[in-house]
Design a protein around this ligand. Structure first.
Ligand code: FAD
Length: 290
């Protein structure tokens, strides 16, 4: 049963931040409600005050392009990102990822900011954003701070968001030349959360060159989305081959810290990491060469 609560629906960021500041003791932000309402119905979260931010239209936007980098407002829905021509042309991997996230109904109402703030380790956006070296902005009454997406996740469903803070924007920097990024997930039911998801970004010194930089990011393989840094290291400075990617997958699977649950055993998840790092790595490499 959902407990009775006070409800506010601010229409501006300024008003929302004032409310967060005033109701510090026991509030919960609700945006699209696709994740939080399930937790409220289950009684896992029982706030005294609910601050509904969905009506803050100033935080729904996509600005920039591949050359300048992109800024995405936290309240932008998954569907808007998926369907955006500028996203498809500039950071196509984001649109591809969104296309596989949940159902169209959930994508129509759920937001990228809500997804990241929810911090489900199986969420799709975080591995891709970390592979793209994205940052995010957290605002509070009287100030804001920016941090890499990579540093935002602290534990299962726990983030660096402090009381009084709200996620307002995600920034994606322009990609270096000869960079390719790819993502896939294995899920039991189509349109559902990842059993394991892997994003890989590879930058080459030239189209036929060696690996200058690599990011390998695992989802649903640890309490938070995580970079497999040892695996990344063995790619850098070398000509990437199938056998090198296979080795990277094997190393990444030892770095992962998966759990066993109703969807999969920890062993199976490690195996998926092995296979997916190689598969997604090959795709990222092909894109870096294209
Ligand atoms: C059937 C179903 C299938 C799904 N499948 C997938 C899937 O395949 N992949 C995937 O990644 N996700 C999936 N999800 C999860 C869902 O799509 C996302 O978590 C959703 O995008 C959350 O956005 P929201 O706006 O609805 O957030 P809400 O549910 O409103 O909020 C989620 C959390 O974030 C906080 N919050 C929201 N916005 C902000 C903000 N701007 N600043 C600070 N805190 C904020 C809330 O307080 C809450 O704790 C699925 C959900 C459903 C119901």
């Amino acid at each position: 049963m959902i407990r009775e609560f006070k409800y506010f629906a601010p229409r501006t960021l300024n008003d929302a931040l004032k409310l967060l500041d005033k109701y510090q003791d026991d509030y919960k932000i609700v945006c699209g409600g696709q994740s939080i309402l399930i937790m409220m119905r289950q009684g896992l979260v029982r706030p005294e005050t609910v601050i509904g931010i969905k009506g803050i239209t100033e935080l729904s936007y996509i600005k920039g392009d591949a050359r300048k980098g992109m800024k995405v407002g936290a309240l932008t829905t998954h569907r808007t990102i998926e369907k955006s021509k500028v996203v498809q042309n500039s950071f196509g991997i984001l649109a591809e990822m969104e296309n596989r996230l949940a159902s169209i109904q959930t994508r129509n109402w759920g937001t990228i900011g809500g997804n990241i703030s929810h911090a489900d380790p199986a969420g799709d956006p975080a591995p891709v954003l970390i592979a793209l070296n994205a940052s995010l902005t957290l605002a509070r009454a009287g100030g804001e701070r920016t941090m890499p997406v990579e540093d935002f996740f602290l534990d299962y469903f726990e983030t660096a968001l402090e009381v009084g803070e709200m996620l307002t924007e995600i920034q994606i920097p322009p990609a270096a030349p000869n960079t390719g990024t790819a993502y896939t997930k294995v899920n039991v039911i189509e349109s559902d959360m990842a059993t394991v998801g892997v994003a890989v970004s590879i930058t080459l010194t030239s189209k036929a060159g060696t690996c200058k930089n690599a990011r390998i990011v695992l989802g649903a393989a640890a309490p938070t989305p995580m970079r497999a840094k040892k695996a990344e290291k063995i790619l850098i400075g070398k000509k990437i081959t199938d056998s090198l990617l296979k080795e990277a997958g094997e190393i990444a699977s030892t770095e992962a810290e998966p759990i066993s649950d109703i969807h999969a055993s920890a062993e199976y998840r490690r195996e998926l990491v092995k296979v997916l790092v190689k598969r997604v790595g090959k795709e990222a490499l092909a894109r870096a060469k294209a």
